[in-house]
Design a protein around this ligand. Structure first.
Ligand SMILES: O=C(O)CCC(=O)C(=O)O
Ligand SMILES: [Fe+2]
Length: 231
């Protein structure tokens, strides 16, 4: 397990997480099953990897369906994003948040941030902690709802939709009095594909606000900034 600090606050962010990546061999719709995965798995936890990929695969298939719904919402053909999600970025984490004693100005479970990819589906346990920033600048609790996910728009989708979809700024502060666990699933486009504007989101009066780059270049840029403590 690995503790980390995303945003260089005064004290370490309290959470610890196990992270893993997309693995084509667990993707029923993979075009190229033999592509290697970058994840590192513990060798002494029988069934751990298989259990987690069982859930990951369900979310992967659901996320592909959601991108079709997003395409329709953008007045594009249903299959507009299909080419982008054949070999998606689909990392996942299990996060553990101890109960926090310090004030939110000094410490968070995870500090305020936006996610890098297109959208994130968060499975939460029954404990409060996740908060989202609304347009008026107030933190709103995203209270756990049984059998439901929180879906947060992330930065690649904001870029590609020219700010029509806006990334959700969010943070976690666990003052629930209990330990909290969550499983975010980060769904993004194929690293080799360009983040070009969705045609329905640009016009002569509303030109593309962002320079075009591939998803891979964008993930690299964000990950480098996060390591430097500026994200
Ligand atoms: O634990 C949560 O509810 C959210 C986690 C999160 O925002 C992240 O890992 O990026
Ligand atoms: Fe997040």
């Amino acid at each position: 397990m690995k503790g980390y600090n995303r945003n260089g606050r005064k004290q370490q962010d309290l959470s610890e997480a196990f992270n893993w990546a997309y693995d084509a061999s667990y993707d029923p719709e993979a075009v190229e099953k033999s592509q290697p995965s970058i994840s590192i798995w513990p060798s002494d936890l029988p069934g751990f990897k298989e259990e987690l990929y069982t859930y990951h695969t369900q979310l992967l298939q659901f996320a592909r369906r959601l991108t079709r719904i997003f395409a329709l919402a953008l007045h594009m053909p249903e299959d507009h994003f299909d080419e982008y999600v054949k070999h998606p970025e689909a990392g996942m984490r299990i996060i553990h948040y101890p109960q926090q004693e310090a004030a939110a100005v000094d410490q968070n479970g995870i500090g305020a941030h936006t996610d890098f990819e297109c959208f994130t589906m968060v499975t939460q346990d029954g404990n409060d902690g996740l908060e989202v920033l609304n347009k008026s600048g107030y933190w709103i609790k995203a209270k756990p709802v049984a059998d439901a996910f929180v879906v947060n728009i992330a930065d690649c989708f904001m870029r590609q939709t020219n700010d029509f979809f806006v990334s959700t700024v969010h943070r976690v502060i666990n003052k629930s009095g209990r330990e909290r666990y969550s499983l975010p699933f980060f769904f993004g486009f194929d690293r080799s594909k360009k983040l070009e504007a969705v045609p329905s989101c640009v016009s002569t009066g509303n030109p593309m606000k962002y320079p075009v780059m591939t998803s891979g270049e964008y993930y690299h840029y964000r990950a480098t900034n996060a390591k430097a403590g500026s994200s």
